[in-house]
Design a protein around this ligand. Structure first.
Ligand SMILES: Nc1ncnc2c1ncn2[C@@H]1O[C@H](COP(=O)(O)OP(=O)(O)OP(=O)(O)O)[C@@H](O)[C@H]1O
Ligand SMILES: [Mg+2]
Length: 280
């Protein structure tokens, strides 16, 4: 087990618990009114439920092909997946949700933001809040300032936060998808086999060397985005930061300390329904 990271032990424990709830389908007893969050990603749709104390109490996920380049490309698929996942957590909790918070990639247009909202609406949910993905990640990490780098399936997002808001955001098209393409080419295997190989801990030694240039490319996107900007600590999140060497590759390129919590794929989804003191 990776040791807890100094300074974010409590958030890390909550992130780990949320990952367990999603994988097992278990629920924890909510204290007060539960809140629902929806993350429509390029590879995964994740729904998250936290209670009034921001503790994770339930979650579910599904593989997704409904978003590409930060845009919803499969409206019907997105809507039915959100409806199905919401029903799953509702029946486990014995609670019906009238509304949810939804995350959006940073820096997308108002029109594209509206589409993310409308997916929730079409799934029968009012929208409580539209949350920038890095803002959601910061909430789950218990921080309001610093840099969040999110390496998902489609893109590398680099965001600087101040006072809980995004003040700079760069999103470029290099993500886990590109790692899988490189692996498929190197081993002359189908894309889906490469995707599975990439996530298989037993194949780590065959994978890390091959995907390292892609990880370096992501780190150089982050270095360019952060050139001349003062940030002390960098948080690395998103499924593609799961590789053991990811924090070191980024720290080397950025010349700054890099923190990656356990279960980095679940950080942003968990933060979506969270409320911070001073909100409302
Ligand atoms: N254990 C793992 N090791 C390596 N890669 C992983 C692991 N688990 C997930 N991934 C990769 O992480 C990516 C999915 O991460 P995530 O759910 O954060 O992306 P997303 O939110 O769907 O995409 P985006 O943010 O680009 O829209 C996929 O490329 C997946 O293969
Ligand atoms: Mg994502």
């Amino acid at each position: 087990m990776t040791p807890a990271i100094k300074g974010i032990e409590a958030p890390e424990a909550a992130i780990r618990r949320f990952a367990e709830l999603v994988r097992s389908g278990a629920v924890d007893e909510p204290a007060g009114e539960p809140r629902l969050g929806i993350d429509l990603g390029t590879a995964n749709i994740v729904v998250s439920v936290v209670d009034a104390a921001n503790r994770p109490v339930a979650g579910d996920w599904a593989h997704s092909t409904v978003v590409r380049d930060g845009v919803v490309v499969d409206w019907a698929g997105a809507t039915s997946a959100v409806r199905r996942l919401t029903h799953a957590v509702e029946s486990r909790l014995g609670h019906r949700f009238a509304s949810a918070s939804v995350s959006v990639p940073p820096g997308i247009s108002d029109g594209d933001t509206r589409v993310f909202r409308n997916v929730a609406g079409a799934a029968g949910l009012d929208v409580d809040e539209v949350v920038d993905e890095p803002v959601a990640a910061a909430r789950a990490l218990g921080i309001s300032d610093g840099c969040v780098i999110d390496i998902g399936h489609g893109t590398t997002g680099v965001s600087v936060l101040s006072g809980g808001r995004t003040v700079l955001s760069v999103d470029e098209a290099t993500g886990g998808h590109h790692m899988s393409l490189v692996l498929a080419g190197a081993y002359r295997i189908e894309y889906e086999a490469a995707e599975a190989m990439k996530k298989d801990p037993a194949r780590r030694d065959d994978v890390v060397g091959v995907i390292r240039p892609t990880l370096e490319k992501m780190a150089s996107i982050a270095a360019d985005a952060l050139a001349g900007i003062e940030v002390d600590l960098v948080y690395l999140v998103g499924g593609s930061s799961s590789f053991p060497n990811a924090p070191d590759v980024f720290a080397g390129r950025l010349g700054r300390p890099v923190v990656r919590p356990a279960e980095p794929l679940f950080v942003t989804p968990l933060g979506i329904p969270m409320r911070v003191v001073g909100d409302d």
